[in-house]
Design a protein around this ligand. Structure first.
Ligand SMILES: NC(=O)c1ccc[n+]([C@@H]2O[C@H](COP(=O)([O-])OP(=O)(O)OC[C@H]3O[C@@H](n4cnc5c(N)ncnc54)[C@H](O)[C@@H]3O)[C@@H](O)[C@H]2O)c1
Ligand SMILES: O=c1ccn([C@@H]2O[C@H](COP(=O)(O)OP(=O)(O)O[C@H]3O[C@H](CO)[C@@H](O)[C@H](O)[C@H]3O)[C@@H](O)[C@H]2O)c(=O)[nH]1
Length: 443
């Protein structure tokens, strides 16, 4: 099938490469001239395991092309996929300007029947707006379909090639058949539904996963007070098939380009029809608060943070990505700076993206975990990178000024900790060797 994917971000690039890998003829388009030049040179502008190898092979086989020429790319295609960004507006709603601009371009360039797919995450009703915009600019027939994307960053290629389901929302049998044909090699689990339900499935899925995370974080906070261990609790809960064990890892809360944005957008979608989504508002509130548990524990361990060197391990919102969008590390580092601490930050690949957001003179940029920990009063693990989990704790203890380890991701086992004398503060599990100095009301 001839496919054009508009937008070569995490979703557009990964989807385009994977469709090409399946043997389709794919053109990936972006208006960012620099990005397309980089891609043409064989360099992948995002960190995503396995993507480069797949993209190289598809380029070599001639199944994948990159261009900035949107008009020609649209004319070449049987299926046009919109995968541009829908970033949050200041009020929390989704900014649809990129989607709408692309719709106008599609309308202006249609040269015959095509299936137009909206893969970007968009509020309910947006596909209908896209349809109207295209129709206003063309005399040609076309069908519209909502095919939301469920990939996760860091595992985007394997998620795309092995999806749990493909959702196709359309009122056209022809579009449903064509898109089922395209996705059949990936899964038998193809859900054909109406457009509005497809749009809602995406938001409801993200909101539900975010709810699981906030729920387990609340249970973790309670576990700390009653002396239970949240990892045991989550393990015991997750064995119930009705609950399921995934997305029950307590920590410093969710970040990234999707959960924070999509939960707020769904609250606004509800508000627009005078529905007060109380549960989801609480999910967001719990998440916003959860990250400051790290600061609270630093206070308990150290008292005043003025002048204290605090090593921050991990800046990305999760491992295996260089994405720092809405990473809890941002507000944690900002709070440390406000409190007069000296954050010594490190991340295997997200440092330069983080530096674009915060470049305060007090921040010590460290190349390795041990360098950040050198002379530190405490280490805070914020992203569970393998390198950090496997660090030699004996060596760590030797380089630190005080052996205090705040584990924001419950990444260390009790067995690992037996080797050192760390005052250890996990999330929702009993602390070890702690002699709390001060307990402050932080928020
Ligand atoms: N990032 C994820 O993990 C993920 C997963 C599922 C769904 N989504 C959703 O998919 C959409 C895309 O997300 P992303 O993270 O890939 O975004 P992104 O910001 O990484 O990439 C968007 C790309 O679209 C390009 N673009 C914007 N306007 C354009 C135009 N007129 N013509 C051509 N290119 C244009 C931009 O230059 C950019 O390269 C969003 O709606 C997002 O919510 C994202
Ligand atoms: O048990 C858990 C699971 C995740 N997280 C955090 O939640 C955030 C999001 O993680 P994850 O879902 O793995 O990454 P994303 O790439 O943001 O993917 C989510 O957002 C995408 C964009 O909409 C969707 O396509 C995916 O299905 C959805 O999982 C990260 O900060 C994680 O640290 C937890 O704190 N506890």
């Amino acid at each position: 099938m001839k496919i054009t994917v508009i937008g070569t971000g995490y979703v557009g690039l990964v989807s385009g490469v994977c469709y090409a890998h399946l043997g389709n003829e794919v053109i990936c388009v972006d208006k960012d001239v620099q990005k397309i030049a980089t891609l043409k040179a064989g360099v992948i502008p995002i960190y995503e395991p396995g993507l480069k190898e797949l993209a190289d092979a598809c380029m070599e086989s001639g199944h994948l092309q990159y261009t900035t020429d949107l008009g020609e790319a649209i004319q070449e295609a049987e299926v046009v996929i919109i995968a541009v960004g829908t970033p949050p507006l200041p009020g929390g709603g989704a900014d649809l300007q990129f989607v709408e601009a692309v719709a106008r371009e599609i309308g202006a360039n249609l040269n015959g029947y095509k299936v137009i797919v909206v893969k970007s995450t968009v509020p309910v009703g947006t596909n209908e707006t896209v349809e109207e915009i295209i129709a206003r600019h063309t005399i040609h027939a076309f069908d519209i379909a909502s095919v939301p994307e469920f990939l996760r960053e860091g595992t985007a290629v394997s998620d795309t090639l092995n999806p749990d389901r493909i959702v196709i929302g359309t009122k056209s049998d022809k579009a449903a058949d064509r898109l089922s044909e395209l996705h059949k090699p990936l899964t038998n689990q193809i859900v054909i539904t109406d457009i509005r339900s497809a749009e809602m499935i995406k938001y409801a899925s993200n909101a539900f996963l975010a709810t699981k995370i906030s729920f387990i974080n609340e249970i973790a906070n309670l576990c700390e007070k009653v002396g239970a261990d949240v990892t045991e609790v989550a393990g015991g809960m997750g064995l119930d098939k009705r609950i399921g064990g995934s997305f029950l890892k307590a920590g410093i809360g969710y970040g990234g380009s999707c959960f924070p944005k999509d939960t707020k957008a769904l609250i606004q979608i509800a508000g627009n029809v005078e529905y007060d989504f109380k549960l989801l508002k609480s999910v967001v509130e719990v998440n916003n608060h959860q990250r400051f548990g790290v600061i609270d524990k630093l206070y308990r361990a150290l008292g005043s943070l003025q002048g204290k060197r605090i090593a921050i391990w991990g800046l990305a919102f999760k491992p295996d990505t260089d994405d720092v969008r809405e990473s809890p590390a941002i507000e944690i580092v900002e709070r440390l700076l406000e409190l007069g601490a000296v954050p010594a930050v490190t991340d295997p690949i997200a440092m330069s993206n983080f530096r674009k957001l915060i470049n305060h003179p007090s921040i010590q940029w460290s190349a390795t975990a041990l360098e950040a920990a050198q002379g530190a009063d405490a280490v805070c693990l914020l992203t569970e990178w393998q390198d950090y989990i496997q660090v030699d704790l004996r060596k760590l203890e030797q380089v630190m000024a005080r052996p205090i380890l705040i584990d924001g991701r419950n990444a260390y086992s009790t067995k690992q900790l037996e080797t050192g004398r760390f005052a250890y503060y996990p999330v929702g599990r009993p602390a070890l060797n702690n002699e709390d100095i001060a307990i402050h009301e932080m928020i």
